[in-house]
Design a protein around this ligand. Structure first.
Ligand SMILES: Nc1ncnc2c1ncn2[C@@H]1O[C@H](COP(=O)(O)OP(=O)(O)OP(=O)(O)O)[C@@H](O)[C@H]1O
Length: 621
């Protein structure tokens, strides 16, 4: 326990028992049989030899008739001292003097003087019965210049006054008053122990000065050792039983030791977490001196608690106290040393993490797309070979191509070499587009929702144009690109599946017919011809597309007649808006979008070119 004091902990050892059971003898002892106090002091000074960074000082008080007196000052000048509590809930005796001591002799002289001041009187049971509770405190201050820390350990050595049976003590009225105060304070001590064992919400520490001052040792932040003294004579049988019961109850009290540590340097304040995980460096070696056997203690009931030790099992008095490396009840901000980040730094870190995650997912997506594309291309090649061999498109090489870059069905008579070259070129183009698409996807996360929709719509328009030319592979790639921008569009997903199926099975794909754009009433009133063309639009989409655009004067005809798709296809994504505009010019009525499930009624009223789900499907109307 002496070692614990050097670690900055508070240790309280107190002797409890009936009067004349040997408490003072245990704590103080005699010249020939020194008690715990002189032994502890001797041990402390032995350990601090050649260590100038450690200093020891002493305070000594008594609680007499529930009043606190300083035993280091003359009794005539000794006022009653108030018991107070500081901001962190620590109880202390105000104005209690503290004397530095530099060796054992100095202590002995001072202690002998102070003990003379202690209230002692003769009773029938004890010629020199203590009429007060005496608390000697040895303060050990350890300064570590390297760590910039100062640890203040305390060793409280308490010699309690003994409980008394006034019938046996034969106390006169004066002694009776003392006895009453002693018994009352010991009774409160019993109540405190009982409350702690019951887990009571209120522990009556304040009911006596004794329990108030010993609060730290009773379920507090100190390490406690209770020595229960029992007297052998039969007349003390009941007292012995009471003392043993008290010992049993006290054993269950759990304390939470706290290191008393202060920074020597005002700022910056280093973390205490380091100390929490390792013993202080100044700690003396935990060796017990063979020449100093422990005092023969009557009954030792340790009340020492540790983190992770729910109960206090009795230990041998010879057993060395466990090293204390825990640091509890330290404010959280001191326990964890975390660099303080500014808002900006936090945002940067989050953005970086998100970026990394998006890049990872895009890379995965890219790989998946590439694999799919290669698979489709391989299947396409093999199906072409099969078709060639089955004579579907008879040629000199027996193979045909339906996916020319021009979107034009190749002549079945095209040569084998040129078909291969065409395929390779197509694949290479797709590859390049895919690669550039990957970088686009990396930027995808930076786009606003509106931009994503517009870009997706542009891709859909381009894909549509390619699918109309039966350039399905390319259309498929474009639809897939569109999907990256509007991943939640169900209709688009269906379209991709349809085209994939068509490509895989080498079937022609017929996109659902478009409806011509409905004319705005204000701009150009609808004439009979336009009504007619509108009504026939679903039956002859290709023609109606032209016708419909013809109806839209104001220069839209030129745009409508432009070869749609190819020129925009390889442009930058900025052209997506233009493409979307082209696509919008092809849009039909919103009722059709609704009927096909491409657009919600509400949105169709507001945005003619808006999508079914996210502004993409308008190409399909
Ligand atoms: N272990 C012991 N060996 C020898 N003498 C002892 C021992 N224990 C107690 N005594 C003697 O018994 C007497 C009473 O002891 P002590 O004063 O220590 O009891 P106490 O519990 O402090 O009593 P009180 O509560 O009245 O102060 C003393 O004269 C003391 O020397």
């Amino acid at each position: 326990m002496i070692d614990d004091v050097f670690s900055g902990l508070t240790v309280t050892i107190f002797a409890y028992g009936v009067t004349s059971s040997g408490k003072t003898h245990t704590m103080q002892g005699t010249k020939t049989e020194p008690g715990i106090i002189p032994r502890a002091v001797e041990s402390l000074f032995r350990k601090i030899q050649y260590r100038p960074n450690i200093s020891i000082s002493v305070s000594y008080m008594e609680i007499y008739k529930d009043e606190v007196y300083d035993l280091l000052v003359d009794r005539e000048n000794a006022p009653k001292l108030p018991v107070r509590e500081n901001g962190s809930g620590q109880v202390f005796v105000a104005h209690l003097s503290e004397q530095p001591i530099s060796n054992v002799e100095e202590f002995e002289w001072m202690y002998t003087e102070a003990t003379r001041r202690r209230s002692v009187a003769s009773t029938n049971l004890n010629r020199a019965s203590s009429r007060s509770h005496a608390i000697l405190t040895l303060l050990v201050r350890v300064e570590d210049e390297v760590l910039g820390k100062a640890l203040t350990g305390k060793l409280n050595l308490v010699d309690l006054a003994g409980s008394e049976n006034n019938k046996l003590t034969g106390n006169d009225p004066s002694r009776m008053a003392e006895s009453s105060a002693i018994n009352k304070s010991l009774s409160v001590l019993g109540q405190v122990v009982h409350a702690l064992n019951q887990g009571a919400s209120r522990v009556p520490y304040r009911n006596s000065k004794l329990t108030r001052i010993l609060q730290d040792a009773l379920g507090g932040s100190s390490i406690g050792l209770l020595i229960c003294n029992i007297a052998p004579p039969p007349k003390y049988r009941q007292d012995t039983l009471n003392t043993l019961n008290f010992a049993t109850r006290t054993k269950n009290i759990e304390n939470k030791p706290v290191v008393n540590e202060k920074d020597l340097k005002p700022a910056p304040k280093p973390s205490m977490s380091r100390h929490a995980s390792q013993p202080p460096q100044q700690r003396p070696p935990p060796t017990r001196q063979p020449s100093e056997p422990p005092a023969p203690l009557p009954t030792a009931v340790p009340t020492r608690s540790r983190i992770g030790r729910p109960s206090l099992a009795p230990r041998s008095s010879l057993a060395r106290p466990e090293p204390v490396t825990v640091n509890v009840n330290i404010p959280p901000q001191q326990q964890i040393q975390q660099p303080v980040l500014s808002e900006e730094e936090i945002n940067k870190r989050i953005a970086k993490a998100v970026e990394a995650e998006v890049a990872k997912r895009l890379a995965e997506h890219e790989m998946q797309m590439k694999a799919e594309r290669e698979k489709v291309a391989a299947e396409r090649r093999s199906s072409l070979v099969e078709e060639g061999s089955s004579g579907r498109f008879e040629s000199s090489s027996g193979r045909a191509d339906t996916s020319g870059t021009s979107g034009k069905l190749e002549d079945p008579g095209m040569g084998h070499t040129s078909v291969d070259e065409e395929l390779r070129q197509r694949l290479s183009e797709l590859e390049q587009r895919f690669e550039s698409g990957s970088s686009e996807m990396r930027m995808l996360s930076d786009l606003s929702p509106g931009s994503r929709k517009r870009t997706g719509r542009a891709y859909v328009a381009l894909a549509r144009a390619q699918s109309e030319k039966n350039n399905l592979q390319l259309a498929l790639e474009l639809y897939r690109k569109a999907e990256a921008y509007v991943p939640d569009n169900i209709k688009l997903k269906e379209r991709i599946i349809e085209i994939e199926w068509a490509v895989k099975n080498n079937k022609a794909f017929k996109p659902s017919p478009k409806k011509p754009k409905r004319k705005k009433a204000k701009k150009a009133p609808r004439d009979e011809n336009s009504k007619k063309s509108h009504s026939t639009s679903t039956e002859a989409p290709a023609v109606v597309l032209q016708d419909s655009r013809d109806e839209n004067s104001n220069g839209k005809r030129e745009r409508a007649e432009q070869p749609f798709g190819s020129s925009l296809l390889f442009g930058s994504m900025a052209s997506g808006h233009v493409a979307a505009g082209e696509e919008e010019s092809m849009c039909g009525g919103s009722h059709k979008r609704q009927a096909e499930g491409w657009e919600t009624p509400k949105r169709s009223k507001k945005m003619r070119s808006s999508s079914i789900a996210d502004g993409v499907g308008s190409e399909d109307e």
